[in-house]
Design a protein around this ligand. Structure first.
Ligand code: NDP
Length: 316
């Protein structure tokens, strides 16, 4: 471990983490973002139409803009996996791959990870026809037959995008109606090459070296099969925060508990975005939460003095 110490280490490079970096960088705090990728879930979204200021922009393109702005503000970015956090005297030690990094404050903003179906064949054929990212892998399925699993906005978004590339898209949902936005549901229902199969629970992924199909069970107990070239699993996300459980309070869904100012139970450690217990998991909200966490970290480093003479954050 070097003697170097950062004012702020931000874990995660999605909308929350990169917005936090823009704010801490602009306040001249020595800032390091440690992340495995840029954009997180946002980068996997084909077309973002609900981020103010952009009528429509690719998720990857928007993520790159966040990164550029964070770097222009003075933040450094390091690609690594964070697996540990501990407090030593008044500093925090962050385990990033094999390296230990020191920080005065930490902002946890590492988002959520894709949920898996947990059916036979899924794990074995991941990367060989089973995928969790339509934007990344969609172009590989031009002219092919694919299935999208799920009934939320991610599945609808993926279904619409894939219908422009694949010859045929099956959408399998375990309920009898989708739960996403009306406009996305309309797009999916009006695409001529999308076939919606409701009340279908996937039971297995089939294939030897690559995906050849899947089987599913209907609510009346019938087992059915479809022949496929690819399966896009879009069934929500889970919090991979077990590495924090001895030091940071988590909810029963393993999201990070925070107060309205993005403070965790451990003074000096803040959290923002989808990994925190906020209700609405949206890029614009994550960006706002990242800003809050950054200002609160700055305030902590100033000895918790009010940021502005006329503004003191309220405590509930
Ligand atoms: P959601 O949690 O909203 O939806 C997950 C879907 O997967 C549900 O339909 C759920 O079924 C289904 N599901 C969960 N587990 C299983 C399982 N084991 N087997 C089969 N189906 C399963 O997640 P999303 O990723 O769709 O969205 C997450 C957040 O991101 C949301 O807030 C969403 O609005 C947002 N988002 C917004 C976009 C946009 O605005 N364009 C694009 C993408 C995401 P059930 O309904 O039965 O629970």
């Amino acid at each position: 471990m070097s003697g170097e110490i950062y004012d702020v280490v931000i874990v995660g490079g999605g909308p929350a983490g990169l917005t936090a970096a823009i704010y801490t960088g602009r306040r001249s705090l020595k800032t390091l973002v440690i992340t495995q990728d840029i954009g997180g879930q946002l980068a996997l979204t084909d077309s973002v139409e609900n981020y103010p200021g952009f009528l429509s922009i690719g998720g990857l393109e928007l993520s790159e803009k966040f990164k550029e702005q964070a770097e222009k503000s003075g933040a450094q970015i390091k690609f690594a996996q964070v697996t540990g956090l501990k407090k030593q005297n008044n500093e925090f030690i962050i385990q990033a791959d094999a390296e230990e990094i020191k920080a005065r404050t930490v902002i946890l903003a590492f988002g959520l990870s894709p949920r898996t179906l947990d059916v036979p064949g899924e794990k074995e054929l991941t990367g060989r026809g089973v995928t969790y990212c339509a934007t990344c892998d969609g172009p590989l399925y031009r002219g092919k037959t694919v299935a999208v699993i799920g009934g939320g906005n991610s599945a609808l978004d993926a279904g619409e995008y894939l219908s422009k590339l694949a010859q045929k898209v099956y959408m399998l949902h375990r309920r009898d109606e989708f739960r996403g936005e009306a406009v996305l549901i309309d797009h999916v229902k009006s695409a001529p090459n999308i076939e919606i199969i409701y009340n279908a629970q996937v039971t297995a992924v089939q294939g030897q070296k690559k995906v050849e199909g899947l089987s599913y069970k209907t609510t009346d107990g019938q087992e059915k099969e479809i022949k496929l070239d690819g399966i896009f699993v879009e069934i929500g996300h889970v919090a991979k925060s077990d590495w924090l459980k001895n030091i940071i309070n988590l909810t029963d869904r393993r999201e990070i508990k925070i107060n309205q100012d993005c403070e965790t139970n451990l003074p000096g450690v803040f959290s923002a975005g989808d990994i925190s217990e906020i209700t609405y998991k949206q890029a614009v909200i994550s960006a706002g939460e990242g800003c809050k966490a950054a200002l609160q970290a700055y305030r902590y480093l100033q000895g918790n003095k009010p940021l502005m003479p006329d503004w003191t954050p309220k405590k509930l």
